[in-house]
Design a binder for this molecule. Structure first.
Ligand code: SAM
Length: 287
């Protein structure tokens, strides 16, 4: 057994967002929020010292744990080496190829037959320095995921779950709610972690229910449109959108969607944003 890896607890690395959960009770509540995982594949982001991992291994069909820190990944391999249902991948979660991990698999030795794996569940006490990047990446590959239970900084959770018109509503809220039903489950104080972070942390559950088909906005264009709508926070929708669209076309699209030009993106429901986008799209097709 390599002593350097197993004997000592390495110092937490703040740069990697290493605030380790120090309470079995909270860990249990997080894992419980995933529901029954006995028939599921679970992707754990940033297992760290393995407090969630230890609870997941005995109750999950297949566990894939992705940890960027070499020493922690090696310690996890030692700790869980005997378990046959866990793969520990030492990698940056933002660089993982989800298509090869969760995409179609050749079918049981039969040429030409491919098996589509069931969507996976995702869990993690996220490294806060890349929370938004991780969320956006999970949404990009949403077809592979069913339920996501993640711990994020409380203020980020408020933004993800915010309703249109509220102070916290913005691009992150609109994007998250386009892909998923969002629930804020519970909030943990800094003292639940070692070392304690400066902020409170909230556990979110995202149940993937993509709305693109229903809103008739499939494809990447709508996300780009939302990004443009929210472009500059203090600007009106009109001023943000006119950086791309000519005025008569924009005026007509807003009228068709029954939205006044002085509105701000922060006040619009997804239905209203989608109506403007569809009107602009059809006027482009017509021109
Ligand atoms: N799950 C553990 C817990 O609850 O105690 C650790 C949580 S700690 C907040 C975040 C973990 O994510 C750390 O172990 C850190 O090394 C890891 N991490 C940071 N950046 C990462 C990345 N880009 N990809 C994968 N893991 C990362």
């Amino acid at each position: 057994m390599p002593r350097a890896i197993s004997a000592r607890r390495p110092q937490a690395k703040p740069k990697l967002g290493q605030h380790f959960l120090a309470s079995q009770e909270w860990a249990g509540r997080i894992v419980d929020a995933l529901g029954d995982t006995s028939e599921s594949t679970v992707l754990e982001i940033g297992p760290g010292r393995g407090i969630l991992t230890s609870l997941l291994v005995p109750r999950t069909r297949r566990l894939i744990a992705v940890e960027i820190d070499r020493v922690l990944a090696a310690q996890l391999r030692l700790k869980f080496g005997m378990a046959r249902n866990i793969e520990i991948i030492e990698a940056d979660i933002l660089a993982i190829d989800f298509d090869s991990l969760f995409g179609l698999k050749p079918g049981l030795g039969r040429p030409g037959i491919e098996i589509k794996p069931d969507p996976a569940k995702v869990v993690g006490n996220l490294p806060y320095y890349i929370t938004s990047d991780i969320l956006l990446r999970l949404f990009e590959y949403s077809k592979y995921f069913e339920t996501i239970v993640i711990m994020v900084q409380r203020e980020v959770a408020d933004r993800v779950a915010a309703a249109p018109g509220s102070r916290d509503y913005g691009l992150l809220s609109a994007t998250a709610q386009l892909y998923a039903r969002v629930e804020k489950l519970f909030t943990l104080p800094p003292g639940a972690f070692s070392p304690p972070p400066k902020v409170h942390s909230t556990v979110l559950r995202l149940t993937m229910e993509p709305r693109q088909q229903e809103l008739d906005v499939a494809g990447d264009g709508f996300i780009d449109f939302l990004r443009l709508s929210f472009g500059q926070k203090r600007k009106t929708l009109w001023n943000n959108l006119k950086t791309k669209y000519v005025e008569p076309r924009l005026k007509q699209a807003l009228a068709e969607a029954h939205v006044v030009p002085a509105a701000r993106a922060e006040t619009l429901s997804l239905e209203e944003s989608a109506a403007i986008y569809r009107a602009l799209r059809s006027s482009a097709q017509g021109s």
